[in-house]
Design a binder for this molecule. Structure first.
Ligand SMILES: C[S@@+](CC[C@H](N)C(=O)[O-])C[C@H]1O[C@@H](n2cnc3c(N)ncnc32)[C@H](O)[C@@H]1O
Length: 287
């Protein structure tokens, strides 16, 4: 049904025309809107997706490598340098009619280009934390939008590293990357496993571990802001239940952002921005 589109006459020789949405060479691009599927296949196959020219450029600038590009014909002449980079990295450039690309991916390619990227190896905990004064730990955050938003705040507000627990949503998932505005490529991050046993590892590395939670014995954020420790890890909890009681018990202190208006909690990304700002290292770029 998707076959039958004519090859554009000006298609560069370095591009491959894709007449069929079921072409197995493009399986990296199949069913991109199926979150449950993509959550499994992307880490399994060692890939992630970058959508839009800007995000692809940020990924490349961070040293990530292309597996392939997918474009619709009207964009092919737009970014000759991207085509050159693809060629240098041995990555095919696929071109498909908008209807074929939509059938394949599940959405209209209005941003002109999509890239399948090689997923980089995660760095070690030690290397990510070396010299870090402010660290965010995301415990089991489910929503990719929240993960992306926390990275964006981390980049802007002086957080040097982000750690994600084993069950936390993938920072390299398409929506996280987009919402983060590419800062998932900028802020060093890795998974911390096991968790919450990893709290001890953080402490051994010289970090004070503060759990952000709504418990009665918590200190208000202003207190931490007035005298923040030299090296601090702020632990944020999952959207529904918040931090596990084990994590709260293991932390060095529990911190609350005082609220009013009858609101019982902040969105986790909003809470992260408030806390990052309050404890930002003075004298740094965000001060
Ligand atoms: C939506 S909240 C979870 C709410 C959950 N019912 C609870 O009681 O923690 C998600 C996370 O955001 C952070 N958070 C939200 N509001 C906060 C506040 N006022 N003070 C400290 N942390 C907060 C916490 O880390 C929390 O685990």
């Amino acid at each position: 049904m998707s076959a039958g589109y004519a090859v554009p006459p000006d298609l560069p020789g370095s591009c491959t025309w894709v007449p069929d949405a079921g072409d197995e060479r493009l399986r990296d691009y199949f069913s991109l809107t199926d979150v449950a599927l993509r959550r499994v296949v992307e880490p399994e196959r060692g890939l992630y997706m970058a959508e839009s020219e800007k995000v692809i450029r940020r990924a490349l600038a961070a040293g990530h490598r292309l597996r392939s590009l997918l474009m619709t014909p009207r964009w092919v002449q737009e970014w000759p340098d991207l085509l050159r980079t693809a060629q240098e990295q041995g990555a095919p450039v696929y071109v498909a009619a908008p209807a074929v690309a939509q059938e394949m991916t599940g959405f209209h390619l209005h941003r002109g280009v999509l890239a399948a990227m090689h997923r980089p190896q995660l760095p070690s905990l030690d290397s990510v934390l070396a010299g870090a004064r402010r660290v965010a730990v995301l415990e089991d955050i489910v929503d990719h939008t929240n993960v992306g938003a926390v990275f964006r705040s981390a980049a802007a507000l002086g957080v040097d590293a982000v750690l994600v627990t084993p069950r936390c949503a993938d920072p390299l998932y398409r929506r996280s990357v987009r919402v983060s505005m590419g800062t998932v490529f900028q802020v060093p991050w890795t998974r911390i496993d096991p968790w919450p046993d990893g709290v001890d590892a953080l402490r051994d590395l010289g970090l004070t571990v503060a759990a952000l939670a709504l418990s009665e014995d918590a200190v208000p954020l202003e207190q931490l802001e007035a005298a923040p420790p030299e090296r601090l890890a702020l632990v944020l909890g999952t959207e529904g239940d918040g931090l596990s009681s084990r994590t709260v018990r293991a932390a060095d202190l529990v911190v609350t952002i005082p609220m009013g208006g009858g609101v019982d909690s902040l969105n986790v990304a909003a809470a992260s921005a408030v806390a990052f700002w309050a404890v930002r290292p003075r004298g740094g770029p965000a001060s």
